[in-house]
Write a protein of this length. Sequence first.
Length: 229
Amino acid sequence: MCRILSFQLMAILFVLCLVVTPVSAANNQGLHWGVTTGSRFDYHDFAEFTMPNQNETSPREKDFYVIIDSLPSIPDDINAMRNLSGLVGASRFYENGTEIEGSSSWDVLPVGNWSLIVGIWQSRATNTTDYNMTQDIISTPYLIGYNYTIFWRSGTDTLAEIYVRTTGVLHTSYSRITWTEIGIVDLRRISLVEGVTLPFPLDSPVGIVGMVMAGTVVILIVLAVLRKE
């Protein structure tokens, strides 16, 4: 009986290994997609515009979600963000399911070589003499991104984009434009809804491998118990 059960458990593990989706081929710099087609990511969009002599502001808020439609091949020899931004095909929808038309500040980047992408972010500050810029790279075990502050003659712009390391999906997009001379502040923040979207989709290579590993641990524990009996 124990031997039959062991064979059944090993057969289940073998099937799980077969369903693991192979990671798409990397470019010559080690970049590859960390998401899969069909994955969904939920966001909250907050905007606020303040004008002089205005007693109160009227924030505008809405929820939307993004579904990955297509993942094209990543070009080789990437050296600028224009080579990466907008590669992934994706559809955006309001919370009620109505599709959002037009351009978007949402994006997803390939994973596998964040050092390369960070270097591209940092090079922006050295490519201009028209204004002053300060920059900070945001780096945690879960997130990677940048924060720029641009100082113009009439005000400042603060721009930030933060991505999830494992998937390359946008986690936070933040912009705050201030016209100091006339007192106008234009603020917008798009944030990944934590708790709704996992750090990686369950149908992604990372998610499937994680489930297989968890299943393997369970099977090994069961086999150990059966041997003791």
